[in-house]
Design a protein around this ligand. Structure first.
Ligand code: AP5
Length: 193
């Protein structure tokens, strides 16, 4: 059985985590953020070390280990009945993050919509992440150079995922609006689908 899925997609700082958490608080939606999965790892394990190494350079963790980890986590969630694939929609943020990951996950995910949180003003994203760095202890927000590298990684490796899913599944959302308006636009699109 494929998981009925909504993808929250966008550049670093576009608000994927913010919106994912809101949707995940609604019954029948289960939110899973790949970055949170990585951040929950013990940094002494090989996978935890790999995450530190790649993310501190603003790069993606290699695909096979990422998807294997993600599948194990989702499998655990299904096993614990936290995520009930027969009645829940999966809300993913941060994965799939490149076309190769999308291909690997094609047999597992039934992607209903891809919400593209669009913010062409990259300086606005950098400003958001610098502000977040003051509140949350995210080492990959610690300096502007790493933030800018994550933005380049997004352009080169992640953005082609939009073409992979095709225009019919993409819903462009203006990520510069108030968070509540972004949520409104996402929910409107879900209810219309
Ligand atoms: P990840 O945790 O996914 O980081 P990211 O994509 O860089 O995204 P962020 O968490 O920085 O931003 P966000 O879009 O969630 O924004 P947020 O809601 O927090 O990944 C981290 C690293 O892990 C990667 O670099 C990579 O190394 C590795 N990784 C993860 N997944 C991987 C994968 N699949 N494959 C390989 N490697 C992977 O919002 C940002 C700030 O803006 C917040 O302070 C928020 O309050 C504010 N904000 C949000 N919305 C608004 C709004 N509408 N108006 C004003 N402020 C807003």
């Amino acid at each position: 059985m494929k998981y009925g899925t909504y993808l929250i997609f966008g550049a670093p700082g576009s608000g994927k985590g913010t919106q994912g958490k809101i949707l995940g608080a609604i019954p029948r939606f289960f939110h899973c953020a790949c970055g949170d999965v990585f951040r929950s790892l013990d940094t002494r394990t090989p996978l935890g070390k790999a995450f530190l190494e790649y993310s501190s350079r603003g790069e993606l963790v290699p695909d096979e280990m990422t998807v294997r980890l993600w599948m194990a986590v989702i499998g655990d969630m299904v096993g614990m009945r936290k995520f009930k694939p027969d009645i829940d929609s999966l809300v993913l943020d941060g994965i799939p993050r490149n076309v190769h990951q999308a291909e690997i996950m094609q047999d597992i995910l039934d992607v209903k919509r891809v919400f593209h949180l669009s913010c062409p003003d990259r300086d606005a994203l950098v400003a958001r992440l610098k502000k977040r760095a003051l509140k949350e202890n995210r080492f990959d927000d610690a300096n502007e150079e790493t933030i800018r590298r994550r933005l380049v990684t997004y352009e080169l490796e992640s953005k082609p995922v939009l073409e992979f899913y095709g225009v019919n599944k993409i819903v462009d959302i203006d990520a510069t609006q108030l968070p509540v308006k972004v949520t409104h636009d996402i929910l409107t699109a879900i209810l219309a689908s």
